[in-house]
Design a protein around this ligand. Structure first.
Ligand code: SAM
Length: 371
């Protein structure tokens, strides 16, 4: 298999990604990828990777996926039915290693699809500043009916949860923001493909910017703010990961941002959910909710959920061990939710659940929004 053919396909897919990043995707860009894919000698694996790049580039129609699927199918002698691409996650469906196992049944919120996104996200460097250029995303976000209840997914990553939530709850608007523009392309592409751009908006913005906007401009009620798997702060000075925020106040979930959420919301009506794979983040967030007069900690039984009665020790993470050794409290009791109250999962959530690793969840209800 000549490298040059695979290389041409990769280059075309990357060009497409760059065009999308510049806020410009058109039929010519899509055609360039498909032409490169038609080149004889391209491997199925390269075509699948290109398809993934197309998905991440936010292509707005299913057609390129269907055509790529047909090309891959011809090259790899795999079942054509499995290659029938129907949505943006066709790329993931096409990946050879999941293809046989899943027989083309993957949807954008399935384990395998989320695992692909999670793998991909790990390969990207964390974005620590909100870029001033919004890279072609909608800001301010425009919803078809701005009087609907709103859910904000703050730090949404690839937006799989936002897309699945908008699909599952047709009466709400979803605003998904992240300061990393590269991952938003995917959710934005899904919103277009699923025909949900009137209710599902992606924006390259910080959580604080989004909450200010909701408070000042959004007509309808703020139903929920989701902080799913915020990057945890360095636990102590022994942390070798320079990409982690160095103090809790620099994290996505901090007192100032929670206060903004309360001000954008309404007493008794707005809920803030934080999910984490890191126990100390859940405990600190519970303590934050308890310390802020704007919030009370939601009790698991209020939303009909079970709660963790004993510490979950399944995770042998060094961080958790150090937290426990230092006398850190455990995420146990009715302040913590034993399952997700949201009918959709993020890529990180999907991966942790698939690996049977613990996920900690805590929520606060706004009880004063005018402080
Ligand atoms: C660990 S990832 C989790 C992504 C996704 N929510 C999930 O559960 O898979 C954390 C995300 O938060 C974003 N982020 C961090 N601080 C942010 C901020 N202040 N405003 C908006 N996004 C932020 C990062 O760019 C990153 O995509």
């Amino acid at each position: 298999m000549p490298d040059s053919a695979d290389g041409a396909l990769r280059a075309a897919a990357i060009a497409l990604l760059q065009a999308r990043r510049a806020g410009r995707v058109n039929a010519d860009d899509e055609e360039a990828v498909l032409n490169a894919a038609k080149h004889s000698g391209i491997s199925a694996a390269a075509a699948a990777i290109a398809a993934r790049d197309c998905a991440l580039a936010g292509l707005t129609s299913d057609e390129p996926f269907a055509r790529l699927a047909a090309i891959i199918s011809r090259r790899s002698n795999e079942a054509p039915a499995a290659a029938r691409a129907q949505c943006g996650l066709a790329a993931l469906r096409l990946r050879k290693r999941t293809w046989r196992r899943l027989g083309g049944k993957v949807r954008f919120s399935d384990d395998a699809a989320l695992a692909e996104l999670w793998d991909y996200s790990k390969s990207r460097k964390k974005v620590t500043q909100t870029p001033s250029a919004r890279g072609g995303f909608d800001w301010p976000p425009a919803f078809d009916d701005p009087s609907r209840p709103l859910v904000v997914d703050a730090g949404c990553g690839f937006g799989a949860l936002a897309a699945a939530l908008a699909k599952a709850r047709p009466h709400v608007n979803v605003l998904a923001v992240d300061r990393a523009a590269h991952c938003l392309l995917y959710g934005d592409g899904l919103a277009h493909r699923l025909g949900m751009t009137g209710r599902l908006r992606f924006a390259c913005a910080s959580a604080d910017e989004a909450l200010h906007w909701v408070r000042e401009c959004y007509e309808g009620p703020l139903r929920a703010v989701l902080f799913m798997f915020p990057t945890p702060p360095a636990l102590d000075e022994r942390s070798k990961n320079a990409q982690l925020p160095q103090t809790p106040s620099k994290c996505l979930v901090n007192a100032a941002t929670l206060r903004l959420a309360a001000r954008a919301g309404h007493a008794g009506e707005t809920c803030v959910l934080v999910a984490s794979n890191v126990e100390d983040v859940a405990v600190r967030t519970r303590d934050l909710f308890a310390s802020l007069p704007e919030f009370r900690v939601l009790q698991a039984k209020e939303c009909g959920l079970a709660w963790p009665r004993t510490p979950v020790d399944g995770d042998a993470a060094l961080r958790t061990k150090r937290w426990i050794e230092a006398g850190g409290a455990r995420a146990v009791g009715e302040d913590f939710l034993g399952a997700s109250p949201v009918p959709a999962r993020t890529e990180t959530e999907g991966w942790y659940e698939k690996e049977s690793r613990p996920v900690y969840r805590v929520a606060g209800v706004v009880c004063k929004s005018d402080l």
